[in-house]
Design a protein around this ligand. Structure first.
Ligand code: HEM
Length: 398
């Protein structure tokens, strides 16, 4: 029996943007009625319950990342450049992640706070006394791009072009024919790496170029030029869009929950927990694809070798088996562990930075604009393959 044979009416399609606007009713039905779901049109399986997603994320020897972690990348069999740790499995992943983790510590990230504040202030100050601003276009995108650009030592005047390159890259233009994003080595970064290798500095790019590590063969070496480029591509890709979406979701949710927003404005020490609740409630990266190399069994059904399984961490975060009253947004909730940053060996390396950025952005907004409501006439849903959220989240602050 195929997993969907008696459940034809539960339908989840990650490229259907009407579902993506509010996937939670479908995901709830999947958790209840089809915990192992199969989609015939795009030929993928999906796991949606917290405990299943969490377990699959730890079983990296079965649920592989090495062919990519986006459905359309795996399907198109796109060649994966070495150094992009998101798309690597152990032992290579372990060796590469080790280098990155060394130069990407929570301590270093927290030292960035004053810079992130400065970036937010520069974005927000021009809107004081105006009718409104866009949480994405005027704040989230700038802050994320400036922060990662500063970390990497990319000159400010070049950051804008690089940020939009990544945003456009992830956009799905034709849902019936989803093309994989370009994960190849990008010309813009090649130039920076060349330039930086001749002008070393104290930035992350220089550190990455000089870091020695033991590779999967046991040899001690530094990263190749191509590996550095793949790393930096990944950082700029993973760190820009997700963080901007997080800020957008915070703008939307607090625009809709005026009472909770007022509480936050009155007591800004509640902000870190509010950010955690936003990450749980509207995970900006809610779907992680994995490739199965051998037959596996889930919920009594066989998933044949060669299949793609979508791990719906966004659904897991709303699993009533784990979170009481999961569809209620509550800045006071003791969120505990959620899967908004994934779990296991691929757990988001930028989590500390993302949390910092989310916290500082909200703090800087609330200091200037304690009141806002969403300008729904001008809000635009993002159409990306993996990062869920808003392309425009304008608010009225009058
Ligand atoms: C991995 C989410 C911000 C860098 C991940 C994963 C998730 C995630 C779910 C795991 C993917 C998987 O299991 O296949 C997010 C969210 C963010 C965010 C929701 C913002 C709200 C950032 C930032 C950076 C970053 C700011 C860096 C500047 C990475 C890297 C990985 C990763 C390098 C790959 C780790 C590995 O494969 O070992 N992120 N991320 N992320 N993230 Fe983030």
């Amino acid at each position: 029996m195929s997993p969907t044979s008696h459940l034809d009416d539960v339908y989840y399609d990650p490229y259907d943007f009407s579902i993506d606007a509010d996937p939670y009713p479908v995901w709830r039905r999947m958790r209840d009625e089809a915990p192992l779901y199969y989609n015939e049109k795009h030929d993928f399986y999906a796991l949606s319950r917290f405990e299943d997603v969490e377990r699959a994320l730890t079983e990296w020897g079965t649920f592989l990342s090495g062919r990519g972690t986006l459905l359309e990348i795996i399907k198109a069999n796109v060649p994966i450049p070495s150094g992009n740790i998101l798309f690597e499995d152990p032992p290579v992943h372990h060796a590469h992640r080790g280098v990155m983790a060394r130069v990407f510590t929570p301590k270093k990230m927290n030292a960035l706070e004053s810079k992130v504040r400065e970036f937010c202030g520069r974005s927000l100050d021009p809107f004081v006394g105006t009718a409104g601003f866009d949480f994405i276009g005027d704040l989230g995108t700038h802050m994320a791009m400036r922060t990662i650009g500063y970390l990497l030592g990319i000159p400010e005047e070049d950051q804008e072009a690089i940020g939009s390159l990544f945003d456009d890259n992830l956009r799905i233009e034709d849902p019936d024919n989803p093309r994989p994003p370009d994960i190849g080595i990008d010309g813009a970064f090649v130039d920076y790496i060349e330039w930086r290798s001749e002008h070393p500095s104290d930035d992350l790019m220089t550190e990455l170029m000089n870091a020695e590590f033991e590779d999967e063969t046991g040899a001690v070496r530094t990263l190749t030029r191509d590996e550095v480029i793949a790393y930096i591509n990944l950082l700029a890709g993973a760190g820009n869009e997700t963080t901007a979406r997080l800020v957008g979701w915070a703008g939307k949710l607090l625009g809709e929950h005026a009472d909770q927003r007022r509480e936050l404005a009155a007591d800004r020490s509640l902000i870190p927990n509010a950010v955690e609740e936003v990450l749980r409630y509207e995970a900006p990266s809610p779907v992680q694809a994995r490739y199965i190399e051998r037959d596996v069994e889930q919920h009594g059904q066989k998933i044949p070798a060669g299949s793609v399984v979508l791990l719906l961490n966004g659904s897991a975060n709303r699993d009533e088996r784990r979170f009481p009253d999961p569809d209620r947004f509550d800045i006071h909730r003791s969120v505990g562990r959620h899967l908004g940053f994934g779990y296991g060996i691929h757990h988001c390396l930028g989590a500390a930075l993302a949390r910092l950025e989310g916290r500082v952005a909200l703090d800087e907004v609330l200091q200037r604009f304690p009141d806002w409501e969403v300008d729904w006439d001008n809000a635009v849903q993002a159409r990306t393959s993996t990062v869920r959220g808003w392309e425009k989240m304008p608010v009225l602050i009058g």
